[in-house]
Write a protein that binds this ligand. Sequence first.
Ligand code: SF4
Length: 293
Amino acid sequence: MRYEGKIYRPPPEAGAYILQCTVGCSYNKCTYCSMYKDVRYRVRTIEELKEDIQMAKKAYGAGVNKVFLSDGDAISLPTDTLLEILSELYGAFPELTHVSTYAGPQSTLSKTLEELTQLRKAGLTMTYLGVESGSDRVLTEVRKGVSAKEMLEAGSNIVKSGIKLVAMVMVGLGGRGERSRIHAIETAELINRMKPYLLGTLTTVPMPGTVLHRQMSKGDFKLLDPYEVLEEMKVLLEHLTLPDLYIDGRHASNLMPIKGRLTEIGPDVISAIDKHLKHRDNNLIGQAYIGQF
Ligand code: SF4
């Protein structure tokens, strides 16, 4: 297998064969992002990708059942190219049932609903959309490149196409005080309207070398303390209204790993947060709330 630069994939894609369709991210401007800084963006040719697939077939056999298309925004490839890749993958791996990719909001919006539906029919089963926030102010500040309305349209089109949508949001990205509360409420409202299959929650941890880290060092971005993180998580959960929504908050950045259906774990997580906020006992933080998935 041939890979260029550091390869990232979402945690649920552990065990997937990773096909590197692009090197880097076509956008690469989000202020909090530390990924793909060591490579120059380029799209790999279909010939290279077909060779890679044959190499993977030789290395892993035909039993591959899960593939992740990297790097940061493979949905940005022309639809015809993605269809050719999917056809090649399903031809090489008869047991394949899952092909997923990251989907940047702008790249997703550049495709029509018909194109996304075509991709679903050809076997693109899941996409990961970095929603980050439902607040226009926050999306502008972190240079996400789209408004909340455009983010909603991108996510909704994925849902309508039948591709399973994993929406990822970042607790703490709005900053402290009232900004934190507004970020949480507007994010919950956006998710309620988008109706993803799964909500992935991460906590904002500015990485050295990023614009956000520089802003934090200068005092222009205020990082939440652990109790403010829990408070914001509580506000987010209280404002989510989708009974069938699954939440996966087991990312390493989170203080309290959670996983399960909103209606199943939500009340317990909220009362546990209340307990933490009342007693301010650091030992309580870190306890996991894992329900059925
Ligand atoms: S779209 Fe994703 S990979 Fe690209 S810069 Fe933003 S967060 Fe990073």
